[in-house]
Design a protein around this ligand. Sequence first.
Ligand SMILES: *Cc1c(COP(=O)(O)O)cnc(C)c1O
Length: 339
Amino acid sequence: MIVDLRSDTVTKPGKEMLEAMMSARVGDDVFGEDETINELEEKAAQIFGMEAGLFCPSGTMTNQIAIKCFTQPMDEVICDETAHVYRYEGGGIAFNSSASVRLLYGDRGRLTPELIEPHINPDNIHYPKSSLVVLENTVNRGGGSCYTVGQIEPIYHLCRMKNLKLHLDGARLFNALVKTGDDASDYGNMFDGISICLSKGLGAPVGSVLLGSAQTIAKAKRVRKIFGGGMRQAGFLAAAGIYALDNNVERLQQDHDHAAILGAALKDLPFVKHVMPVETNIVIFELDDHHHGDEFVSKLNHHGIKCNTFGKQMIRFVTHLDVSPDMISYTVEQLRKLH
Ligand SMILES: *Cc1c(COP(=O)(O)O)cnc(C)c1O
């Protein structure tokens, strides 16, 4: 048995999703003529109560476009030090937007107004202009930790008061919504930009959508073209996204249940020093000092279980659409045999 717990990006489209892709009506999206992309953008915008959406090849692109739209060169972006936009987008904030970054140290990647406020620069020519706050929900490096709407609201009010834009890296926002039961439309009311990934837990092969006001998305469309992200008959991909939004959101609960089972099993193992609280579909744990991450990963690999290290002694498991209950039982069984 092969159990791939490296990432929720490894899913492959099933028969029904493929059928939806094969029967998509397409056109040249740079001319705005791809009906399926237009439908996906409208659908995603509607879910969050936002005016418009923009289909892009990746979450890195939707995030970087948003940052470009919400900053000017020499501005400063405020985010947590674990943020994907800072750590995993290749220095794109500097390269694409010529902006600096103010890093904060939140609770498993989650910020509060108290943490942010002292780092908003006063209007003084010595300081870069603070213009944007980026939040991530769920937080990847936080082990899938999530914010509730109630926790984001005071951050939103602070940003309004201080004239800062607020962007959400919502690569796994649907995991947070399933976990908290919060209303998607509350997100649309608070954020200037929201990036959602279709290719993570939702199980589509490719794609992210940036959501915002009509004005923001008009600007974002120019930036997407410059970044090389203007695609043509990409409705075949958008069809997978529509299918995913219609069919694969509620089932995220199963991924969360699977992650909880893995988290509970890991806690009982003698060689596991610490398991981060499991809130959604990510399990991050730390091995004791006698175990090396790379060796642990290759031992599991030997039994068909794939996963990644996340720092020297840290390991990450991610559950997803292509992980069955049987695979979870098998993984627990194999973990118990290790020493
Ligand atoms: C995966 C991910 C992204 C986007 O990644 P792409 O691989 O570029 O689609 C953005 N933010 C977070 C938190 C992610 O996990």
